[in-house]
Design a protein. Sequence first.
Length: 194
Amino acid sequence: MSHLEYIEKIFKDSISVKESILASSEVKQSIDTVCQVLVDAYRAGNKMLIAGNGGSAGDSQHIAAELVVRFEKNRKGLPAIALTTDTSMLTAIGNDFGFDHLFSRQVEAQAKPGDVFIGISTSGNSKNIIEAINVAKAECVTTIGLCGAGGKIKDMVDHAICVPSDCTARIQESHIVIGHIICGVIEQKVFDSE
């Protein structure tokens, strides 16, 4: 396969996954529900915590930054914490409690009832995301999972957005589009009087 053929294939594969999302009323309804959950949380004065591993850690930081700084309009910052950014915290938790507790310990410390935790896992099986979901539920925090077609977290969380794919890269590409949709809806609805 030539480079040009490979480029075409990847774009076609990415478009195909997004077309599957567009064709799925279930996935679109899940996105809409999650948007409303977050709008309600922000209107009530709560915050979002978000975490993932690897590329999903980058997506967590990206989404949190869009909410704290701005997405498409200048407005007041919204409280959103990516639990993937503090190397002192991550290494201390990893050393003292183990990698599986990287996010759950932070949820325990940072979350309060009414907050929202978003766990991103392309496999749907990341142990540290599962642990964070368990702690969030115990703390009366609403749980949201961004995942692919499989895995455990989709059945654990209050709301799951499942990308219909088992390819990590294609799932991640869709997760960031979904993240942008969520940020856009939050900006429109929370600041609709501005």
